[in-house]
Structure formats: structure tokens, C-alpha cells
Design a protein around this ligand. Structure first.
Ligand code: NAD
Length: 347
């Protein structure tokens, strides 16, 4: 049986028992990578397609461990239901944990772990892919050429060399973005509550947030979503930005105020917008809605702009990242089962 985490004085058990784990929001790629990683652990994995929420938490009844993804709901109601169903541990298969009510989890005595680092390169490289595609209008060029339209009008881009890129949050992902764009010959400005000496050593200049807004040609967001970072990019921040600025958000949807972005896109103040995340994405992403009418008018409006490129939370989605996520998630569960800390617990 899944035990509580041991205090340092308690002996460490030698063998990990099989843990029954209920996986929510699973897709074929989750099953493949977790089945492969599980060869080392031999836990008892049960995959549910359903997203975790008040109506589906009953599926986890009797499962000591629950594995959840970014758009699963882990509010107090759901956590209370899981706890009542004898769940003791929540293993997030994500780095972000803004969707978990940590206070409620702690009060219920649940352990919550995450995967703090898998492949920062996956997200950083996708961030740069959005920058390049938007600048050189690859999304439009692809469609045009397939239609036999070889005209160049409307596809004009700019050289990245010498441009200023503002990186908000230079943690694992932001620092890789800074390194990549440094390689393009960009000047890199950064803002972080904890500046990184390695970034400084590669020439990144730490400046106040207002200088990021006023001096950057491209702004990219890599902080976690917290009450402090919610709507970092709002109407006030946008008003300080250069006309024609490019904004990229691969962090979390609510780092930006989407209606404010739309207003600035309509005015032409924002020149390019690349999003891999969206504030209301749990209603949309990770499913095929191509035969449905999109009900979210704000999202639908975003899709009408030629200079907006949206991907559906796929920045993490590389083979290496999936392997890292599944290995660390199962290691976290085995550590809990053995009564030791993995170091990836959230408290
Ligand atoms: P990280 O913890 O390594 O880095 C976050 C950085 O933000 C740190 O340097 C921290 O000091 C800084 N920070 C925190 N609060 C701040 C504040 N109020 N103001 C300024 N700086 C602040 O995290 P990471 O691995 O680089 O990931 C960053 C975020 O990217 C995650 O929290 C997650 O939301 C998002 N993410 C998205 C995807 C995706 O597929 N789109 C995948 C993984 C992570």
C-alpha cells in the first residue's frame, strides 16, 4: 500500500510495491511513454481519457495515486473527493502547478509532486519556432504555395540580428531561449526576481520590466503563473511597448490579458503574436474539435488575425520531453511509496 512520506529518522524500504495509479486526460502518446518508463517500476497503470474534475474524480476511487496533467482540475472539491476515495498522492506530469489548490491538498494530507525539469529545450525551441514562423510568415507562405500562389506581398520579415529580445523569466526555459537568440546576434534584455549569473555571463542585461516593454522588438514570457505574474502583459504594459512589437507566450495563458492583446492587434500596435497557451484553454486544447463550432468568441477572434499564430500547448511535446516526464513522474511515485522524498514534492 502507498504509505505516507517518511520522516528522516524512519528506515528506507528496499522494495517498491506496485502502486495503482489513475491517469487522467491521457492520450496515446502518454500511454506509450508511461508504459515504456514503467518497465523499471512495474506499477499498475490505469489510463482514463477523461479530464479530472468534480464529475470524474469518482474514477479514482481506491487508487492511492492519481496522475494529472495541466488542464485537469485539482481544486478543493476535487481534492476532497480524491482524499475521500483513499488517494494519498497526486503526481503531476507537468512543471506548472498553478491548477492545484496546494493549501487544500496540504490540509488533506495529500502529497503533490511535479516534474520540475524535463526538457527546457523542447519549450525554448518551440518558442523560437514561433518567433521565426511569425517573422517570416511561414504559416501564410505554406498555405499560399499549396494554392499555387507564389506572390511575396505580405510576407516581408525582418533580420533578427541586432534586434532586442526581452525575456521575462530566465529560469530553465527562459535561459535557453536567451542562449538561442544570443546565437542569432540579438541583444537580450531580461527581467527576473532572481537573476541568473550564467545568463549575465553570456551577455544578458537584467533591466526593470518597464525597460523590457519599451526597448524590446520581441517579448517572450517564461515565468510561472502566480498571483504576481497574472496578466503581466496587460493594456498598460502594451501601451509602453514599441509599435509592431512581437509577443510570444509559451508560459501560461493568464500571463497575458487576451482582450487587451486583441485590442492592440486591431490597432496595429502589436505586430505579431505567438501563443502556445490560452487562459481558457481547458475547454479547447488537447482534443479534436474540428467538427464543432468554437464557442469561445475571444479565442475565435484571435484566430482571425493573419499575424497571430496559435499552437495548442505543444511546446513541451518532444520525444525527449515525454521520456523525461514519464521517468520522473514514476520515480516520484516510487519515492513516495518507499517513504522517501524525491525532491519534487511541492511542500
Ligand atoms: P523555472 O522555475 O525554471 O523558471 C521560472 C523563472 O521565473 C525563475 O527564474 C523565477 O525566478 C522567475 N519568476 C518567478 N516569479 C517571478 C516574478 N513574479 N517576476 C519575475 N520572475 C519571476 O520554470 P521553467 O521550467 O523555466 O518554466 C517556466 C514556465 O513555463 C512554467 O511555470 C510553466 O508554466 C511553463 N511551461 C510551459 C510549457 C508548455 O508546453 N507550453 C511546458 C513547460 C513549462
Amino acid at each position: 500500500m502507498l504509505s505516507r512520506a517518511a520522516t528522516p529518522s524512519e528506515p528506507r524500504r528496499k522494495h517498491t510495491e506496485r502502486v495503482r495509479i489513475a491517469f487522467f486526460s491521457t492520450h496515446s502518446f502518454d500511454r506509450e511513454s508511461f508504459d515504456e518508463a514503467n518497465a523499471r517500476h512495474r506499477h499498475d497503470l490505469h489510463y482514463f481519457d477523461a479530464r479530472l474534475g468534480p464529475a470524474t474524480s469518482v474514477l479514482a476511487r481506491g487508487f492511492p495515486a492519481v496522475c494529472a496533467f495541466v488542464n485537469d482540475q485539482l481544486n478543493a472539491t476535487v481534492l476532497t473527493a480524491l482524499s475521500a476515495g483513499r488517494t494519498r498522492m497526486i503526481a503531476l506530469r507537468s512543471a506548472g502547478f498553478n491548477h492545484v489548490d496546494l493549501r487544500a491538498a496540504q490540509e488533506l494530507g495529500l502529497t503533490v509532486s511535479r516534474v520540475p525539469a524535463y526538457s527546457p529545450h523542447a519549450v525554448a525551441e518551440h518558442t523560437v519556432a514561433l518567433m521565426l514562423a511569425l517573422n517570416r510568415k511561414i504559416h501564410r507562405a505554406y498555405a499560399r504555395v499549396r494554392e499555387g500562389n507564389f506572390a511575396l506581398d505580405g510576407l516581408l520579415g525582418f533580420d533578427l540580428v541586432g534586434r532586442t529580445v526581452g525575456v521575462v523569466g530566465t529560469g530553465k526555459i527562459g535561459s535557453v531561449v536567451a542562449r538561442i537568440v544570443t546565437g542569432f546576434g540579438c541583444r537580450v534584455l531580461a527581467y527576473d526576481i532572481a537573476p541568473d549569473p550564467e545568463c549575465r555571463a553570456m551577455g544578458v542585461e537584467y533591466v526593470p520590466l518597464d525597460a523590457i516593454w519599451s526597448q524590446s522588438d520581441i517579448i517572450t514570457l517564461h515565468t510561472p503563473l502566480t498571483p504576481e505574474t497574472r496578466h503581466t502583459v496587460d493594456a498598460k504594459a502594451i501601451a509602453r511597448m514599441k509599435p509592431g512589437v512581437m509577443i510570444i507566450n509559451t508560459g501560461r495563458g493568464a500571463l497575458v490579458d487576451t482582450p487587451a492583446l486583441i485590442a492592440a492587434l486591431k490597432e496595429g500596435h502589436i505586430g505579431h503574436l505567438g501563443l502556445d497557451v490560452y487562459e481558457e484553454e481547458e475547454q479547447l486544447f488537447f482534443q479534436d474539435l474540428s467538427s464543432h463550432v468554437i464557442q469561445d468568441d475571444v479565442f475565435a477572434r484571435l484566430l482571425t488575425f493573419p499575424n497571430v499564430l496559435v499552437t495548442a500547448h505543444q511546446a513541451f511535446f518532444t520525444r525527449e520531453a515525454l521520456q523525461g516526464i514519464s521517468a520522473t513522474t514514476l520515480d516520484n511515485i516510487s519515492a513516495f511509496e518507499e517513504g522517501r522524498r524525491s525532491g519534487n514534492e511541492l511542500y
